[in-house]
Design a protein around this ligand. Structure first.
Ligand SMILES: NC(=O)c1ccc[n+]([C@@H]2O[C@H](COP(=O)([O-])OP(=O)(O)OC[C@H]3O[C@@H](n4cnc5c(N)ncnc54)[C@H](OP(=O)(O)O)[C@@H]3O)[C@@H](O)[C@H]2O)c1
Length: 292
């Protein structure tokens, strides 16, 4: 699938270098997000099925993944990480420690660990492994599943620039990527990882408005979804401040200003800001419970 708003693609040379360096990728935890990442990696031809070994908790799920994607899939994490040059951890945050303890004696010292687990810090992973592991913490979002994602990446203490480049090439196959300081990860979790849920609620509400005005629901949902997509693309394409783009839509004494006044009265802006701040506070709490 073509990206609707083209992100800067990873340079082909970087992708090739990464493909060469990923002799084997162990995908640990292949649930909703893990399967999406797997599917995007294969579709983008970043990796071929023979280079991927994935694990899950249940054999029936492993059988489904093996059948659908032609990869090796099972429930044995130790077997999966053996010989893996990159270990992509897509477990629930509270499952990560147990996994690290399980594999720390078989994991190659030079293996690169890439985690998508919310709130799990690179220092936690380094500490639990007990050696100066090369770790990249990432925060993707669900639009990665259709290669329209936004992924932030942060390197741990021992990760090299080449490691960050490998992880970035993996996620560039699924959308936009940005390299950040790890201290921003909780804010990013609350903004772009939780963000699709907020946006779905906005789309749903706009669609309801159309229904209230007599539009068929399907049409109303299409109109509201494409409007959000188009407006977001305008921000990314033009680089303009959103307020300036809003002014272009808002004709003096037109209808848009009436709609905007309602939004201000309903405190849309402050509500969205408070939602993200609250979610970030929750992300910080998860760090504490994971780090303890
Ligand atoms: N969903 C999002 O929007 C999003 C965004 C950014 C980051 N994340 C992060 O992505 C991670 C995964 O989230 P998810 O929504 O994909 O969760 P999920 O659907 O529950 O997937 C977890 C997977 O882990 C497997 N599993 C459980 N225990 C295991 C073990 N000991 N060894 C190997 N595999 C095991 C499960 O296997 P079975 O299927 O057999 O039970 C399942 O496939 C989380 O850390 C989350 O913070 C999610």
């Amino acid at each position: 699938m073509k990206q609707l708003v083209e992100a800067d693609p990873a340079p082909i040379s970087a992708v090739r270098k990464s493909q060469d360096r990923i002799k084997k990728l162990a995908l640990i935890g292949t649930g909703k997000l893990g399967e999406g990442l797997l599917s995007a990696l294969l579709q983008s031809q970043m990796l071929t099925p023979e280079r991927i070994e994935s694990t899950v908790a249940h054999q029936s799920r492993a059988d489904y993944l093996a059948g659908r994607y032609g990869i090796k899939a099972h429930t044995n994490n130790i077997q999966a990480v053996k010989g893996a040059s990159v270990v992509l951890i897509a477990l629930k945050p509270q499952q990560v420690k147990g996994f690290l303890h399980e594999v720390r004696n078989v994991l190659a010292k030079e293996a690169l660990l890439v985690s998508v687990a919310a709130s799990v810090t690179t220092s936690l992973i380094e500490r639990e492994l007990g050696h100066p592991a090369r770790v990249i913490r990432t925060m993707p979002n669900t639009p990665c599943l259709i290669r329209q994602g936004m992924t932030a990446l942060a390197g741990g203490k021992h990760a090299t620039d080449a490691d960050v480049e490998i992880a970035q090439s993996i996620f560039a196959a699924m959308g936009r990527t940005v390299v950040v300081d790890e201290k921003h990860m909780d804010a990013i979790t609350a903004l772009s990882a939780s963000g699709p849920a907020y946006v779905y609620m906005i789309i749903e509400s706009l669609a309801e408005a159309g229904v209230k005005l007599g539009l068929p629901r399907d049409l109303s949902t299409e109109l509201s979804s494409q409007t959000l997509l188009g407006a977001a693309a305008m921000v990314l394409h033009t680089g303009e401040h959103p307020a300036k783009l809003k002014d272009v839509v808002t004709t003096p004494a037109g209808c848009t200003i009436d709609g905007l006044l309602e939004l201000e009265e309903g405190r849309l802006r402050v509500t969205l800001i408070k939602a993200v701040v609250r979610a970030a506070a929750r992300a910080r709490q998860l760090v504490e419970s994971n780090d303890s």
